[in-house]
Design a protein around this ligand. Structure first.
Ligand SMILES: Cc1cc2nc3c(=O)[nH]c(=O)nc-3n(C[C@H](O)[C@H](O)[C@H](O)COP(=O)(O)O)c2cc1C
Length: 162
């Protein structure tokens, strides 16, 4: 097996929490399910979100100052399907879920009680994804510690090919 195939096998075995990342520019809104995301610094606090250039969310995110990062709870399968399996190019995801306007005008999903808003500090070319380095500026931490993880999410057919 070549190195790329071995790498593919290994990363398919990993499990990690899924996020829903949302953005808004005026009346335009976008959001998608994201697995490529991680804290990248403690002090200063920083978080890296990787968005595929194919996604509508990426196309909106290139022009905005902030993104909202929602932790997806274990029971939120429908939300994960909506934001991971549909593309905003064809479906108004925000007409199909409950949400409100949060800090920086960001759409905050009612189904995800744990979230933070991050100011975009840098956009970094990382391959077929672009990294958005975020500085948390607001957020909410609820008691729900459950997670919807990659091993459940990988059954979803992504709205845009990776
Ligand atoms: C398991 C799984 C993980 C995903 N991880 C990412 C990711 O890290 N970054 C990303 O941009 N899209 C990721 N996606 C794909 C988007 O969520 C999907 O293509 C979505 O439909 C794009 O919606 P949009 O075009 O409205 O932005 C993932 C999808 C699935 C099913």
């Amino acid at each position: 097996m070549n190195a790329a195939a071995t790498f593919g096998e290994l990363v398919a075995r990993l499990d990690y929490p899924m996020f829903i990342v949302t953005a808004a520019a005026g009346e335009r809104r976008a959001g998608c399910l994201v697995g490529f995301a991680t804290q990248s610094s403690i002090d200063p606090p920083r978080f890296l979100v990787c968005l595929s250039r194919r996604n509508r969310t990426y196309r909106l995110a290139v022009d905005v100052d902030a993104l909202a990062v929602h932790l997806v709870p274990a029971e939120a399968e429908e939300l994960a399907e909506l934001f991971g399996g549909e593309t905003g190019d064809e479906t108004d995801k925000f007409a199909r879920c409950a949400w409100g306007v949060g800090p920086e005008g960001l759409p905050i999903l009612a189904g995800c009680a744990n979230w933070f808003a991050g100011r975009v500090l840098e956009r970094v070319d990382l391959g077929d994804h672009v990294g958005f380095l975020l500085e948390p500026v607001d957020g909410h931490a609820a008691d729900d510690l459950s997670e919807f993880t990659f091993h459940r999410a990988k059954r979803i057919d992504a709205g845009h090919e990776a």
